[in-house]
Design a protein around this ligand. Structure first.
Ligand code: NAD
Length: 254
């Protein structure tokens, strides 16, 4: 059985990716902060017959990441699929942003991807086998009001992943990016401040230079998981260093 490691596995998108990987017969290491949702998910997937391992780790701390990857391989075997889905979003305009919010966002969203990719890629490289997908954001390529730290961190994560794809191509290891737009998870709903917020996301907010979502719906986590599973699969064997945007057209294909 091949082995996948998913960070942010307890979150809205990460848990859906983990569920889909279990369904496709992979053993899955569920990596997230030590929150109740992580143990709950592991229990649920285990009860459904999946082979899973819950590992508590903060992706911003390299020692915790190294230990999580080592434990995964000791218990489940060599990791051949990595999904970086852990992330945080702190909203706020630059002139009001606390230094700590900037630093934390970069440490988790960019630093976390660096630490996990480094720990896993070293092992994949020696085995000359593997695929990596980073869940970034359409904000990595489109400026958004109040999202500067997040967008900058996602731009870093995307480019880091694509550079890794270049460095690992000679080993047959592929690295790609999935860039979601608004997706129905706790991260998005935390931003919703009233009953009209979902409608406004779909219709657009001209004063914020948001055009809305041409396909007329907010993504479900499974829409993102489908793209991730495709990029990990053999059907994508000649695709690397790409960013696949899954946002219903919200950034006009930019
Ligand atoms: N929901 C959206 O609209 C949306 C849009 C674009 C991109 N994304 C990206 O998709 C990914 C998944 O987000 P989501 O919507 O599922 O959000 P979520 O908040 O439901 O899940 C994020 C998960 O990451 C974990 N996490 C956060 N910091 C961590 C850390 N330091 N170490 C380990 N785990 C950590 C959280 O505990 C949580 O389980 C994120 O990278 C996010 O930036 C989400």
């Amino acid at each position: 059985m091949s082995v996948a490691l998913v960070t942010g596995a307890a979150g809205g998108i990460g848990s859906e990716i983990a569920r889909a990987l279990v369904e496709s017969e992979k053993a899955v290491a569920l990596v997230d902060r030590g929150i109740p949702a992580l143990w709950d998910l592991a229990e649920k997937l285990d009860a459904a017959g999946g082979r899973v391992l819950a590992v508590a780790a903060d992706v911003a701390v390299p020692e915790e990441v190294a230990a999580a990857v080592a434990r995964t391989e000791a218990v489940l075997g060599p990791v051949d699929a990595l999904v970086n889905a852990a992330g945080i979003l702190q909203h706020g305009r630059i002139e009001e942003m606390a230094e700590l919010d900037w630093a934390t966002t970069l440490a988790v969203n960019a630093g976390g991807v660096f630490h996990v990719c480094q720990a896993v890629a070293r092992r994949m490289q020696s085995r000359r086998r593997g695929a990596i997908v980073t869940v970034s954001s359409n904000a990595a390529t489109t400026p958004r009001i109040g999202m500067s730290a997040y967008a900058a961190s996602k731009a870093a994560a995307s480019m880091l992943t694509r550079c890794l794809g270049l460095e690992l191509a000679e080993y047959g290891i592929r690295c790609n990016v999935v860039a979601p737009g608004s997706t129905a998870t706790p991260m998005l709903t935390a931003l919703f401040d009233g009953s009209d917020a979902e409608r406004a996301t779909i219709d657009g907010v001209p004063q914020d230079f948001r055009i809305g979502i041409p396909l007329g719906r907010i993504a479900r986590p499974s829409d993102i998981a489908d793209a991730v599973l495709f990029l990990l699969s053999d059907e994508a064997r000649h695709i690397t260093m790409q960013q696949l945007t899954v946002d219903g057209g919200a950034t006009l294909g930019a």
